[in-house]
Ligand binder design. Structure first.
Ligand code: KIV
Ligand code: ZN
Length: 362
C-alpha cells in the first residue's frame, strides 16, 4: 500500500444533499454518482438509508450503477439503522457501513443525556454489529473537534478493536483551527495503540472558513482519507471542498501525497452539481468560481499574456476550464485589447492599436 495515497471520500450525495433546497431525485443522484466515478473518487457516500425511502432507494440504485468506488451508507449507532444500510448496500460491489455517535461532552450530555462510558460502549456495539454485514466499517466520532482528546483516543482505540477499519474524526461544527485539528490527529496517531489497523479520516465543516485548511492539517499529521463535497456544499457553511483538496495536493506535489482524482473533470462536475442542486457557485470560489481565472487589471493581463504562470498557479486546462480568461474591462491595457482583436481575426499595427485603444477606453 502506498503510504502517501490520500483517499477521497465524497459526501456530496449525503452531507451535501442535506442542504435545504438541494434535494435530488434518484435519477439525478445516479448521474452525479457516475460523474464522481469518472472523476476518480475512492468512496461515494450515497445516503442515509433509514432516513427516508428516497435515500434508501438511492443507495440501492447507486450501488447497481457504479462499480469502481466503494459505496458507503450512513447510520446512527443502532441496529435498525445498520440493518437498513446493509439492506440498501446489498448490490454494492464493495459496500461500507458508516456508523457512529457523539464524542464531545456537549453531545454526550445534551444530545444523549448519557455518560462517556455508555456512549463508548454504544459505539463499540454498533461497530461489532455492522461487521456482521461487511468487513468495511467506518466509525465517526461526531463533534470530535470539540471532544476531549484523551476520551476520543480511548473511544477510537475501542472501536478499532471492535472492527472499525476507518475512523472518522469529524469537526462537525467547524470549530477547530488548523493547528488544533492537526494536533488532534497527531494525538490519536501517538496515543491510540492500534491506530495502524485503521485509516484516519478527516471530515471538516466550514463554519469558520477553514474546513479545507483543517483537512490538509489532518493529512499532514497522519490522516489518509478526506471527506469532502463538490463545491464544498453541505450543512450550514458547507464541508471541505473536494476540488480544493485535490488541487492543493496536486499543486504542492512536493509534499508527496497523491489522489486518484482526474482534475480535468473537476469543472464539469462542479457545473453539474451546481445546476442540479440549484446552488450557484460564488464567483470568487477557489478553483471553480467564475472569476478564479479571470484577470481584469491591465498589469495582470499583460503579465498573463507574456507568461501565464506570472499570475496563475493552476492551469485552467488542467481543470477542464476554457483558458481564455482575459476579460476586457475599463482597466485593461493595449496588450489585452490586441489579444482579443487577434482572436476575432483582426491584425493590427502599433499606430492603429493606439487609436483603437483610445476609442476602447472611452
Ligand atoms: O459532520 C458530521 O459529524 C457528520 C457525521 C455524520 C459523519 O456528517
Ligand atoms: Zn458532516
Amino acid at each position: 500500500m502506498d503510504k502517501n495515497r490520500v483517499y477521497i471520500f465524497d459526501t456530496t450525495l449525503r452531507d451535501g444533499e442535506q442542504v435545504p433546497g438541494c434535494q435530488l431525485t434518484t435519477v439525478e443522484k445516479i448521474e452525479v454518482a457516475k460523474e464522481l466515478e469518472a472523476l476518480g473518487v475512492d468512496v461515494i457516500e450515497a445516503g442515509f438509508p433509514i432516513s427516508s425511502p428516497g435515500d434508501f432507494q438511492s443507495v440501492v440504485e447507486i450501488s447497481k450503477a457504479v462499480s469502481e468506488p466503494i459505496i458507503c451508507a450512513l447510520t446512527r449507532a443502532n441496529t435498525k439503522d445498520i440493518d437498513a444500510a446493509a439492506e440498501a448496500l446489498r448490490f454494492a460491489k464493495r459496500g461500507r457501513i458508516h456508523t457512529g455517535i457523539g464524542a464531545s461532552d456537549m453531545h454526550i450530555k445534551y444530545k444523549f443525556n448519557s455518560t462517556r462510558d455508555e456512549i463508548l460502549q454504544r459505539g463499540v456495539d454498533a461497530v461489532k454489529y455492522a461487521r456482521k454485514f461487511t468487513d468495511d466499517v467506518e466509525f465517526y466520532a461526531e463533534d470530535a473537534g470539540r471532544a476531549d482528546n484523551e476520551f476520543l483516543a480511548r473511544m477510537i482505540e475501542a472501536v478499532i478493536a471492535a472492527g472499525a477499519t476507518v475512523v472518522n474524526i469529524p469537526d462537525t461544527n467547524g470549530y477547530c483551527l488548523p493547528d488544533q485539528y492537526g494536533a488532534k490527529i497527531k494525538y490519536l496517531v501517538d496515543n491510540v495503540s492500534n491506530i495502524d489497523k485503521a485509516i484516519i479520516s478527516v471530515h471538516c465543516h466550514n463554519d469558520l472558513g477553514v474546513a479545507t485548511a483543517n483537512s490538509i492539517a489532518g493529512i499532514m499529521n497522519g490522516a489518509r482519507q478526506v471527506e469532502c463535497t463538490i463545491n464544498g456544499i453541505g450543512e450550514r457553511a458547507g464541508n471541505t471542498s473536494l476540488e480544493e483538496v485535490a488541487m492543493i495536493l496536486k499543486t504542492h506535489h512536493g509534499l508527496g501525497y497523491n489522489t486518484g482524482i482526474n482534475s480535468k473533470r473537476i469543472y464539469g462536475i462542479s457545473n453539474l452539481v451546481s445546476t442540479m442542486m440549484r446552488m450557484p457557485v460564488q464567483a470568487n470560489k477557489a478553483i471553480v468560481g467564475r472569476n478564479a481565472f479571470a484577470h481584469s487589471s491591465g498589469i495582470h493581463q499583460d503579465g498573463v499574456l507574456k507568461h501565464r504562470e506570472n499570475y496563475e498557479i493552476l492551469d485552467p486546462e488542467d481543470l477542464g476550464i476554457n483558458p481564455n480568461s482575459i476579460i476586457l474591462t475599463a482597466r485593461s491595457g493595449r496588450h489585452a485589447l490586441k489579444h482579443h482583436l487577434e482572436r476575432l481575426g483582426y491584425k493590427i499595427d502599433k499606430v492603429n492599436l493606439d487609436e483603437v485603444y483610445q476609442r476602447f477606453r472611452k
